[in-house]
Design a protein around this ligand. Structure first.
Ligand code: PMP
Length: 514
């Protein structure tokens, strides 16, 4: 039985693996059985939306709303798209916009995790932050204002029916297919825009009426559980904050208002059960999924799973439960989900490191041999110094470019000097000795040998000002802190930003700063 299922699953994943663009890989996410965390009397499955290319369920919405607007003509070729989002929608939209060639502006409250902003910017979007105290409705208002002022296309994820339609066409169809001929007693979800809830519930209610729809929400922010309707929007059209809203741990769930799509699902009677979930339970479940099932997901996934476990406890034997896991845990490195995870070795790890004698931090580093001119042998460069020294002296004698750095292209200590010079607007020449340019005829090695002969050290980086050696990364960063660097530049009348004060240490790699 199990053998047959595995083969069937493999077959399905083999259906199509070659795509015209990344957009073809959206959806068709796997459903995985929970083996250790589920009570033995039920079949508990999770649907892993982290398998979408942007890492979340919102890739579906991004593609759905953009293709819907293209088809209706509401979105013109090359028109800027704008949306208010807690992050995942922005990442999905940024991916779709990058592939289709639309400029994208994302409006996001400052309180959402910083890795999301950086991901969106990496994919080419502009990210406009709004103050946290203005909450979800504030970021929405800003997106509306920008769309109106600039004639941009607002995707309106909270109201756009295309958001629900894409889940009807994809998520729901995948669920029907994966549970065809099997029981499906409960489908468990949370809600943000309500797109997933609305769309999947529409289809399940028609095709699998026996499946109970369970909708989770934060226990301290039960907008639906309060049974208080969403206050009517004023003429300006923006929803006011719901009175039951409180800040909660589940980024991406329950904004401070009940959206049109959520309200529609409520009014259609599609929610069979409301399930309040605590933030600590959510985080604990996300951690347990990672540790015991190898499933790496975010906080709302942990929250939905916590809800599904409560259902599982009460469900009759043999019940089948499917739980949505909306995104990947990588989006939460700077949040409470990772609070307990150290970057440094903890006691257990130190014990392992110290259980054998060598390669340890607590054994003193071997003394570096004193490097004397000619004493340090660099393989293959012994005979290259004549040519190298001519070039070296040419760099050092160049009156037009008095600041000369001898560097390696991918060396973090070289970057420290370069980043500091960029921050201070100091013009410099960098001779990257191992770059492709200086690998020609072994020129980098020739210059390096000449440097060794001249200064008696083979260490890189080395900085020269007007032909005089200032030193390596430590000396240069310290010269900034003591003002020596600035006075040398002043003497030479080299321009730099005199108003900017920086500390050298800031530019060192993080692992050294620690
Ligand atoms: N979890 C996360 C992490 C999300 O980003 C979102 C979307 N905001 C949801 C759940 C809820 O999905 P939906 O918008 O379809 O209700």
């Amino acid at each position: 039985m199990l053998g047959f299922k595995l083969i069937a699953n493999r077959g399905r994943r083999n259906v199509k693996k070659k795509f015209d663009s990344i957009l073809g890989t959206i959806g068709n996410t796997p459903v995985v059985r929970i083996s250790k965390l589920a009570p033995a009397h039920v079949n508990l499955y999770v649907k892993l939306e982290a398998f979408n290319p942007g890492g979340s369920v919102k890739d579906r919405l991004a593609l759905g709303v953009i293709e819907d607007a293209e088809a209706s003509g509401a979105l013109k070729p090359g028109q800027t798209i704008v949306e208010a989002t807690s992050g995942n929608t922005g990442i999905g939209l940024a991916m779709v916009c990058a592939q289709k060639g639309y400029p994208l502006v994302i409006v996001m409250a400052e309180s959402f995790s910083v890795e999301r902003r950086r991901l969106m910017r990496f994919l080419g979007a502009k990210v406009i932050l709004t103050p946290a105290y203005l909450k979800g409705s504030g970021m929405l208002a800003k997106a509306e204002e920008l769309a109106k002022a600039h004639g941009w296309f607002l995707t309106r994820q909270f109201e756009n029916e295309a958001n629900a339609r894409v889940h009807e066409r994809t998520t729901a169809v995948e669920i029907l297919r994966d549970f065809a001929g099997e029981r499906l007693d409960y489908w468990v979800t949370g809600f943000g825009t309500g797109g997933t809830l609305n769309g999947v519930a529409n289809v399940l209610k028609e095709k699998r009426p026996e499946t109970k729809i369970v909708c989770c929400e934060p226990d301290n922010s039960q907008l639906l559980g309060s049974q208080t309707p969403q206050p009517i929007a004023p003429a300006a059209g923006l929803p006011p904050s719901h009175p039951a809203f409180r800040p909660h741990a589940m980024q991406g769930w329950t904004p401070d208002f009940i959206s049109h799509l959520v309200n529609e699902a409520v009014e259609r009677g599609h929610i069979d059960l409301l399930m309040p979930v605590g933030g600590e339970d959510a985080i604990r479940c996300a951690r347990q999924l990672a540790l015991q099932e190898g499933i790496f997901t975010g906080i709302t996934a942990g929250a939905t799973f916590a809800g599904a476990l409560k259902i599982a406890e009460q469900a009759e034997p043999g019940s089948t439960i499917l739980c949505m896991l909306p995104d990947t845990g990588e989006r939460y490195l700077s949040t409470p989900l990772f609070e307990h995870i150290d970057s440094e070795m903890n006691r257990d790890e130190l014990d392992i490191a110290e259980s054998t004698p060598n390669y340890r931090f607590d054994t003193p580093a071997p003394a570096q041999p004193e490097s004397k001119a000619g004493s340090q042998r660099h393989p293959g460069i012994e005979d290259l110094s004549t040519e190298g020294s001519v070039v070296l002296e040419k760099f050092l004698g160049d009156g037009k470019n008095p600041v000369v750095l001898f560097a390696l292209e991918w060396c973090e200590f070289c970057w420290a000097i370069k980043k500091m010079f960029t921050a201070l607007d100091i013009a410099y020449v960098s001779v990257d000795l191992d770059s492709v340019k200086y690998q020609q005829d072994d020129f980098g090695a020739k210059i390096r040998k000449a440097l060794l002969d001249k200064i008696g050290s083979g260490n890189i980086p080395q900085l020269f000002i007007a032909g005089e050696l200032l030193g390596g990364a430590t000396e240069v960063l310290q010269a900034n802190d003591s003002g020596k660097l600035q006075s040398l530049l002043d003497q030479l009348k080299v321009n730099y930003n005199r108003d900017k004060k920086v500390k050298g240490e800031e530019f060192l790699p993080n692992w050294v700063q620690k």
